[in-house]
Ligand binder design. Structure first.
Ligand SMILES: [Zn+2]
Length: 258
């Protein structure tokens, strides 16, 4: 399906690793596991060991700027906005350290007739607070209690301090056509050519689909076909090869003592 992975060797060790990591997950969709149809390489099975498989983890430390983890877990948050420098696309700011990669992705998509549009990028903690509170108020005006409104809001809005958009590395990406004709961020974006292009190519530029449909029990965020996260090309390739979401990948790095 994706030529980048034709050389991927699905070893017994990798299978065992995936079985452990995927425990508790729901079904694995073909879209996030394009390598699942790749046949096993029997020679690799005898050559590889779990230790060697660990060694194939890309270089990197949990303290690296591109591996910051922000999610609904109490400890994975920031209290103050990060001291970032920015680049702008479509009126949105992103961390300038990923500007070249995003710009290249947009240019290459353009060559394939896909016009990417950056709907949302960096978001300071204060702005997330405004979005979060106004969404709660909207639900309360519809008759929900504060508790119900907060629960409903948390389905799509991360609590201020916990949103990945604070990192400047999270990008909500649509196509220009989708932005113009549909506008709403919903699952219909997954039916577009733009989404198909992003899923096929985003890892080549260091981005991953951050909230996959089959990982919502781990990410604690609903499926978001528009939300991509920069992690770097090597980490992104590893995650795609092994069908890992970011939380699972971070756990793997922690277990490897990174
Ligand atoms: Zn987003």
């Amino acid at each position: 399906m994706d030529c980048r992975f034709k050389c991927f060797r699905f070893t017994a060790a990798a299978l065992a690793l995936c079985a452990v990591l995927l425990a508790g997950c729901t079904e694995v969709p073909a879209v996030s596991n394009p390598e699942s149809s790749v046949s096993a390489d029997s020679s690799a099975v005898t050559e590889s060991s779990p230790e060697q498989e660990q060694d194939t983890l890309p270089a990197g430390s949990l303290s690296d700027w591109n591996l910051i983890l922000l999610n609904p877990e109490p400890q994975n948050k920031i209290d103050e906005d990060l001291p970032l420098s920015f680049a702008s696309f479509d009126g949105q700011k992103i961390d300038e350290r990923i500007a070249a990669q995003y710009s290249q992705m947009v240019a290459d998509a353009e060559k394939d007739g896909i016009h990417l549009f950056l709907r949302s990028g960096y978001r300071p903690v204060s702005l997330q607070k405004t979005y979060y509170e106004s969404n709660i108020n909207k639900y309360m005006q519809q008759g929900m209690t504060r508790e119900e409104a907060e629960a409903k809001t948390r389905e799509y809005y991360t609590e201020p301090g916990h949103s990945e958009h604070h990192s400047g590395l999270a990008l909500d990406i649509l196509t220009e056509e989708y932005q113009r004709d549909v506008y709403t961020l919903d699952d219909r974006f997954a039916q577009t050519d733009g989404y198909a292009w992003l899923i096929k190519h985003c890892t080549e530029y260091g981005f991953v689909l951050r909230y996959p449909e089959d990982k919502t029990d781990i990410t604690q965020i609903n499926y978001e076909p528009w939300h991509y996260r920069y992690v770097g090309t090597e980490h992104a390739a590893y995650m795609k090869e092994h069908g890992l979401c970011f939380e699972e990948y971070i756990t793997l790095l922690q277990e490897a003592g990174r």
